[in-house]
Design a protein around this ligand. Structure first.
Ligand SMILES: *Cc1c(COP(=O)(O)O)cnc(C)c1O
Length: 453
C-alpha cells in the first residue's frame, strides 16, 4: 500500500487557483479607512507592489506562477501527502486519513508558499525592504527566509508576549537576515500611543500590523507584507490543495471531508479552495474550518465590516471578526489569534460552502501528542486544532461504520514550540473558553462602522 504519495517534481502546479472567479456571491469591497468608500488599486499602492494588488482584485481563474517562484518553491515542493495509518490504527477507525505535510518547508510551515511569492513580486518592483507583523513567529521567519532568497531587508514586528516566550523564532529570523522588534514598540507613532495607554500590554497582531503598516507608508522603497487574510495570500497557498487533489487521484481517492485550522485563513484556504470549487460544481465534499475556542472568530464573531488592525490604518474588510481591539488571552498556547478571518473564508461560511467548529486547546494538544506518538511528526500548536477535528471525524466515521476519506492540512511542525508542549505535558494548560462578556466588550469596537451586506 502506498503510504507516502509523492507528486513528481515536474507536476508541481504551474498556476494558482483563484476562487474569486467562482464565488456564488462576490466579495464585499474593502473600504477606505478614512472615507469608508470602496478602495481602488491606487489606495493600496503605498503598501503593496501593483502585481500583488492586481492579484488581490483579479477574477481570472488560473494565475500562472512565474518560473522564478517555482524555482524557489522547488526547494521543498511538491510536499508529500501521507496516509496516517498509525493514527488510524490507534483510533480503530475505518476512515482513511491523509495529511498534506507542509512542515517540510525551510521555515517549517505552509507560510513560505506565499512569502516566496510576495518577496519575488516586491523585489521585481524595486522594493528594498519589507515590514510585517508576526504572532508566534512563523510568518516573520518565513518572510525573513524569502527576503534572503530575493535580497530584501525584512523588518518584523513581533507580538510582545511571543517575543518574550519564543526566542528561537526570533533567532531564525536573524539567521535569515531579518530584524525582529517586539510590538508595541517605541519606534512608531502607533506603538508609542499604545504603550502610553497600556504599558503592560502583551501586544496583539492587530497592534503589530499597525506598526508595520506605519513604517511601510513612510518610505517609498519599503512595502508591507501580510502572511494571511488577504485574497492574494490565499491564492498563493492553493498549491497545497491543487497538489493534494492530484496526489489523492494517484491512489484513486477523493475526500469526503477536508479539514484545516484557521488563524487568518491561509492554510485552510490553501488546502480547501480547490475542493470548494468542486463543491460549487456539485461534488459532495464537506469542508471544515477549525478555530481555537479562545479566539472563536468564525463560530462566535459576527460577519461585519472591521479594520484589519488595532490602529485603524488598514482598509475595512467584510469578515467574521471579534473587533479590531480584541486582545487574545495570553493563557492560550497556540497561534491562531487574529481578531478577523479572511474575507474569502467568511464569504464561504456565509454561503454554507464550508462549516466552522471551535476546539479547546487541551483537546487540541491531546490530539497533537497522539499524532506525534503514532505518526512521529510533532505538530505545530496551530496544527493540533486541525488534528483534533480529524480525530473527531475519524471517530464519527467509526461510530457510523463508514470508510470516510479525510484530508487534513498539516500546516507545520512544532519543533520551535516545545514550551507549549511542556506546559501541556505538565498539566499547565487549562481548557479556555472566551467568556461571552469579553466578546460583547470587544465587539463594541464595531459600533458606528458601515454594515456588511
Ligand atoms: C500561521 C500558522 C497557522 C495559522 O495561519 P493561517 O493563515 O490561518 O493558516 C496555522 N498553522 C501554522 C503552522 C502556522 O504557522
Amino acid at each position: 500500500m502506498s503510504r507516502r504519495i509523492d507528486l513528481p517534481a515536474d507536476r508541481m502546479p504551474k498556476s494558482w487557483y483563484n476562487i474569486l472567479a467562482d464565488l456564488p456571491t462576490p466579495l464585499a469591497p474593502p473600504l477606505h479607512p478614512g472615507t469608508m468608500q470602496p478602495v481602488g488599486p491606487e489606495d493600496l499602492a503605498p503598501l503593496f507592489p501593483m502585481a500583488l494588488i492586481e492579484q488581490e482584485m483579479s477574477t481570472q481563474r488560473e494565475i500562472p506562477i512565474p518560473e522564478e517562484i517555482r524555482e524557489k518553491l522547488a526547494i521543498w515542493r511538491p510536499t508529500p501527502l501521507i496516509r496516517a495509518t498509525g493514527l488510524e490504527r490507534a483510533l480503530g477507525t475505518p476512515a482513511r486519513i491523509y495529511y498534506k505535510n507542509e512542515s517540510v518547508s525551510p521555515a517549517g510551515s505552509h507560510k513560505p508558499n506565499t512569502a516566496v511569492a510576495q518577496a519575488y513580486y516586491n523585489a521585481k518592483a524595486g522594493i528594498k525592504r519589507l515590514t510585517t507583523e508576526t504572532g508566534a513567529g512563523q510568518w516573520g521567519s518565513a518572510l525573513s527566509f524569502a527576503g534572503a532568497l530575493f535580497g530584501l531587508d525584512v523588518e518584523v514586528y513581533m507580538v510582545r508576549a511571543s517575543y518574550d516566550q519564543k526566542p528561537y523564532r526570533r533567532v531564525m529570523m536573524e539567521t535569515w537576515g531579518g530584524r525582529c522588534i517586539p510590538s508595541p514598540s517605541p519606534f512608531t507613532e502607533v506603538g508609542r500611543r499604545i504603550l502610553e495607554a497600556t504599558p503592560d500590554t502583551p501586544g496583539s497582531l492587530g497592534m503589530a500590523i499597525s506598526e508595520a503598516v506605519e513604517k511601510a507608508v513612510q518610505d517609498s522603497e519599503t512595502a508591507y507584507a501580510l502572511g494571511s487574510v488577504l485574497n492574494h495570500v490565499l491564492l498563493h497557498q492553493t498549491v497545497m490543495g491543487l497538489e493534494a487533489g492530484e496526489q489523492l487521484e494517484m491512489v484513486g481517492a477523493y475526500p469526503d471531508v477536508v479539514i484545516g485550522c484557521v488563524g487568518g485563513g491561509s492554510n485552510f484556504g490553501g488546502i480547501a479552495l480547490p475542493f470548494v470549487r468542486d463543491r460549487i460544481g456539485g461534488k459532495r465534499v464537506r469542508i471544515v474550518a477549525v478555530e481555537p475556542s479562545s479566539c472563536p472568530t468564525l463560530t462566535r464573531g459576527p460577519y461585519a465590516y472591521d479594520f484589519g488592525d488595532t490602529g485603524k490604518m488598514t482598509p475595512l474588510m467584510a469578515m467574521h471578526t471579534l473587533g479590531h481591539d480584541f486582545v487574545p488571552p495570553p493563557i492560550h498556547a497556540g497561534g491562531l489569534r487574529y481578531h478577523g478571518v479572511a474575507p474569502i473564508i467568511s464569504n464561504l461560511l456565509k454561503e454554507q460552502l464550508i462549516e466552522a467548529i471551535a476546539v479547546d486547546q487541551v483537546e487540541a494538544f491531546t490530539a497533537g501528542v497522539q499524532f506525534a506518538r503514532t505518526e512521529g511528526i510533532i505538530p505545530a500548536p496551530e496544527t493540533t486544532h486541525a488534528l483534533a477535528a480529524t480525530v473527531r471525524e475519524a471517530l464519527a466515521a467509526k461510530e457510523a461504520g463508514e470508510a470516510r476519506t479525510i484530508l487534513v492540512s498539516f500546516s507545520g511542525h512544532g519543533l520551535v514550540d516545545m514550551a507549549s508542549y511542556e506546559a501541556f505535558l505538565h498539566n499547565k494548560l487549562v481548557p479556555y473558553e472566551m467568556p461571552e462578556s469579553e466578546i460583547v466588550r470587544a465587539l463594541k469596537a464595531l459600533d458606528g462602522l458601515p454594515k456588511a451586506p
